[in-house]
Ligand binder design. Structure first.
Ligand code: WTA
Length: 702
């Protein structure tokens, strides 16, 4: 595997983002008075309080939402840029803050409401008291049965069930660093991540419901262990939660002394109380692996105090969560959105957080709205892909159900103004405020968004920087792009903030190169002003200070809001022995935003065949998961290349999207472009569309 990853490493590509963008300015929508009347954040002085002259102390406001075991002495330590330290000297436990401290007031209130996919199974409420009991018992098991202690890493590969937050909070109670791998990722992908994090315990589940079927999930654990072992990491214990007690949904063999059903050992820890370990504010809370510009996913390492402060603050003021609300975020906990805005943020505020196991359109397009009606959800949080899907499959469904949202969120991808308006008018019934929150796995929490009771909404634009976040757009010449110029550039954040990741697990250099090298003018400076954070997203800034996010400027494809690295998919293709070269490009998709398309060149002398296409598809599914399945696998006679032999992904992306290929006369093999075009588009020339901005730039610097 390592060798394959090596082969797939290309030049690090960045954007050529200096292009004029023209779009219609959208009209403002104003927050409904009813929302404003009850909102957590209505005081406009927040702008002043979080302005640069009050930085970094302004973030005390967020940290003060939490219960600290020991108050910190230094809010921000910049002595080792860009490895910022937040709330230094403070001690805190995340599990205590999300569970124990709510018992006095809210012990009988639902912390989690689990909605199983089959409608025949009733929703299950877990009160704060019950959550407290379960977290303690499971923490006792992790400590005494698995021998885990603070600083150890544990990989968690689980679906959307209440046992997942219980597991995370039990780890946090002990100071064990959890690394949750999205349940839809394959066993291979899980194994690579388990190895990188150095986990010797894997926590999984036998199965779960998806689209009406029970999925055998534990089978992935066996593969994960094999892969981890090959990578040099021994995993000696597998804890298996069961979806239905007493039944086993997995056909995979149970390995004695290694695999354990949680429900069989948990009774040994019945009623145990594990004191929450006071952790340094800077102690890592969790790792979250994400895709970047190389074949190897990076483990974003998030700190305890800063992260928890940031998600609590943004959940309170931007998600407008009150303890009385029923809050439903439809993301998967296996992604950062689920960590920050299903588990840590809402629970830190004593919210009721809804967890749905399955597919939003199962068994029909009314499911989501039935759940909202039944549970009386009033805050709803989802992605543009889900909104597009629900709009397509049931345009008029929401009106049939008696639910009322006060607040809705969209996150993860740019949302088309048309789709935004459907969300507002039909889903929100014109009664709900909307926030379009822009941020990334690396960031911990929101970076750009409107303040729901204070700023008007503008369809398609995320909004201004959040309180205490100072974004700007930079061009390729290291110059800021002025507001209202209509020029796109790279969005950066000028300052550190408490939610920013600490580093890439085990790879400090990559952290610096990836996010800071591009715009840091003085590497020896200890002044944070010299270290803007490069987000790898293209954006435009309007005169009103609203940022419109255009999409990734690197090799990341955002498929249905899931972040996939083109290099990771290419690495998977290269595991097929017939494949000599692979190039993966994004293609516009009406529902998912983008989907990958794969170009393959075969080893000399081999003929294209369906069997090879099938092998490539299979390899992608096995190495990454079904979410990375390409639209097509195209076996081409040759790849378009520059004279120096660089593969021109930009040309392939243009062909896949019926866009103008630009000047190809300087290529080493321009004639191959026409051959490939015919394969992709058919013999008849296709009308050339202008295409979205991020695709125009895709792979420009190769
Ligand atoms: C994209 C998800 C437009 C962006 C929280 C970013 C968005 C990537 C928005 C991060 C938004 C996220 N509008 N694009 N509101 N939010 N993105 O790490 O390209 O899974 O870089 O984090 O999603 O994806 P990630």
């Amino acid at each position: 595997m390592a060798e394959i990853l090596e082969r797939s490493k290309g030049a690090v590509e960045t954007s050529e983002a200096q292009i004029a963008v023209h779009w219609r300015e959208e009209e403002y929508y104003y927050p409904p008075a009813k929302f404003v009347g009850q909102a957590n954040l209505t005081d406009p002085s927040v702008i002043e309080r979080f302005s640069e002259k009050n930085f970094p102390e302004c973030f005390r406001e967020y940290a003060d939402l939490l219960s600290w075991d020991q108050y910190w002495h230094t809010t921000l330590d910049t002595s080792d840029p860009p490895f910022w330290k937040w709330f230094v000297g403070g001690k805190i436990n995340a599990s205590y803050n999300c569970v124990d401290r709510h018992l006095a007031k809210y012990k009988n209130k639902a912390a989690l409401i689990f909605v199983p996919e089959p409608e025949s199974e009733a929703p299950v409420s877990v009160t704060y008291r019950e959550l407290y009991v379960r977290v303690n018992e499971f923490a006792a098991l992790l400590r005494d049965f698995c021998g885990l202690k603070s600083g150890d890493r544990v990989t968690i590969h689980m679906p959307m069930v209440p046992e997942l937050p219980v597991t995370m909070l039990a780890c946090a109670r002990l100071g064990v660093i959890h690394s949750v791998v999205f349940g839809g990722f394959s066993g291979e992908a899980c194994g690579m991540r388990a190895a990188d994090s150095g986990s010797r315990v894997l926590i999984t589940m036998d199965g779960y419901y998806r689209n009406g079927k029970m999925i055998d999930h534990k089978a992935g654990a066996d593969i994960a262990l094999e892969i981890a072992k090959k990578e040099g990491q021994a995993v000696d214990k597998v804890l298996v939660w069961r979806r239905h007690l007493g039944k086993n949904a997995s056909a995979s063999p149970f390995v004695k002394e290694r695999d354990f059903f949680v429900d069989e050992i948990l009774p040994n820890y019945s009623g145990e109380i594990v004191p929450p370990v006071p952790m340094d504010a800077e102690a890592p809370l969790f790792l979250m692996y994400t895709s970047g510009s190389t074949g190897k996913p990076k483990g974003c390492q998030h700190r305890t105090g800063g992260y928890l402060s940031y998600v609590a603050g943004t959940s309170k003021y931007i998600q407008d969560i009150h303890p009385e609300d029923v809050y439903w975020c439809m993301a998967d906990i296996g992604w950062i959105t689920g960590h920050s805005y299903i588990v840590y943020g809402p629970l830190a505020l004593a919210a009721t957080s809804v967890l749905y196991e399955g597919v939003p359109t199962y068994p029909d397009a009314g499911r989501v709205w039935r759940i909202a009606e039944r549970l009386d959800v009033n805050i709803f949080h989802t992605s543009p892909t889900a909104i597009r899907m629900l709009r397509k499959s049931g345009h008029d469904e929401p009106a049939k159900y008696n639910y009322h949202f006060k607040h809705m969120t969209t996150v993860g991808e740019p949302i088309e103004p048309e789709v935004w308006r459907w969300y507002h008018d039909v889903v929100g019934k014109g009664e709900a405020v909307i926030v379009d929150t822009w941020w990334q796995t690396e960031n911990g929490g929101f970076l750009c968004s409107t303040k729901p009771a204070l700023d008007p909404m503008k369809p398609g634009s995320a909004g201004p920087g959040m309180p205490g976040i100072y974004p700007l757009i930079m061009d390729e010449n290291n110059e800021p792009v002025t507001a209202g110029s209509g020029k796109a550039g790279n969005i950066c954040i000028r300052n550190p903030w408490p939610g920013i990741m600490q580093t890439i697990w085990g790879d400090r250099d990559r952290f610096v190169t990836q996010y800071y090298s591009k715009y840091c003018k003085n590497r020896s400076s200890k002044d944070w002003h010299d270290w803007p954070y490069f987000a790898a997203d293209g954006a435009v800034l309007a005169v009103d200070g609203y940022f419109r996010i255009l999409g990734r400027v690197d090799d990341v494809i955002n498929v249905a809001g899931h972040r996939l690295g083109t290099k990771e998919i290419e690495s998977a293709c290269l595991t097929v022995s017939e494949v000599a070269e692979a190039a993966v490009v994004p293609v516009v998709d009406e529902i998912k935003g983008r989907v990958p398309e794969v170009y393959i060149a075969l080893q000399p002398g081999l003929q294209a065949s369906q069997a090879i296409v099938d092998k490539v598809n299979k390899a992608i599914e096995t190495m990454i998961g079904k979410i990375a399945r390409p639209r097509r696998v195209l076996i081409v006679p040759d790849m378009p290349k520059t004279r120096s032999g660089k593969l021109m992904r930009r040309v392939l992306a243009a062909l896949s999207n019926n866009m103008n290929t630009g000047d190809i006369t300087t290529l080493a093999n321009p004639d191959v472009v026409e051959k490939v075009r015919e394969m992709v588009q058919g013999k008849e020339a296709v009308a050339l569309a202008d295409g979205p901005e991020d695709l125009k730039k895709f792979g420009t610097e190769e």
